[in-house]
Design a protein around this ligand. Structure first.
Ligand SMILES: *Cc1c(COP(=O)(O)O)cnc(C)c1O
Length: 230
């Protein structure tokens, strides 16, 4: 099947999963087509099929592909960001989803100031406490939010979470539920705090059921990624 057909199928699956949702049944759900490791042709195909958001996980790859795209689309950085690439990321991306430290937040804020931009960000939470994963530990989230609130060129729009790759995908469910509870608590006390980004190809239906409103889906739209030999 083509990327266009796959994209429409994923949208249909999302609407199916929505009927099983026990929170915010009518909330708008944003599907990000994750185009990492795929060429500009496929990106255009998804956008022409209706994708309004694309996600990339590396600044360098995005810098190579975005100038060729010739489409208007909202661009998300979903991968880990190094502070020395903050400047490039601010130029390339509408939303940076992977903020997880004061050091990185400060670097993005400075770059955004110099670029005369208020940068939309999400804070990535390591809710599963995976040792090797990015994301702020849940107990440090409040302090990081307070720090971000003091930075004039950042606008905190919500939270991002990457679930572990469990053999039994159902194990994601309590973590997604916990993230939605955390999100709702923060949202009730804040402005412009609208996005809870969680759910990938193997777990997006469960993520929708448990309250995700931004999904990052690559493989289900574009097929398996072929990584270059290194
Ligand atoms: C690659 C990636 C995705 C998409 O993964 P699929 O399993 O291909 O849907 C989502 N989120 C992040 C952070 C990624 O790096």
């Amino acid at each position: 099947m083509s990327a266009a057909e796959n994209f429409r199928n994923v949208l249909a699956e999302i609407e199916q999963a929505r009927t099983r949702r026990h929170v915010a049944a009518n909330e708008e759900i944003t599907l990000i087509a994750v185009t990492k490791n795929h060429g500009v042709e496929l990106m255009r195909e998804a956008i022409d099929a209706g994708a309004k958001h694309i996600g990339e996980n590396r600044v360098q790859e995005a810098a190579e592909k975005f100038p060729e795209l010739n489409r208007s689309v909202t661009r998300h950085l979903i991968g880990h960001l190094q502070t020395n690439k903050a400047k490039a990321a601010v130029k390339l991306f509408d939303m940076i989803q992977s903020v997880d430290s004061e050091h990185l937040a400060a670097a993005i804020d400075k770059a955004a100031f110099n670029f005369d931009k208020v940068q939309d960000i999400l804070i990535q939470v390591n809710a599963a406490r995976e040792v090797q994963k990015s994301g702020v530990a849940p107990e440090n989230l409040t302090a990081l939010i307070k720090f971000v609130d003091g930075l004039k060129n950042l606008r905190l729009r919500g939270l991002m979470f990457i679930a572990p790759n469990f053999a039994d995908v159902e194990e994601c469910r309590p973590l997604f539920r916990k993230m939605r509870t955390l999100f709702d608590e923060l949202k009730s006390a804040r402005e412009n705090f609208d996005f809870l980004s969680m759910g990938m190809t193997h777990d997006y239906k469960i993520a929708v059921e448990e309250g995700a409103n931004v999904l990052r889906v690559g493989t289900a739209i574009f097929g398996e990624r072929i990584y270059p030999q290194t």
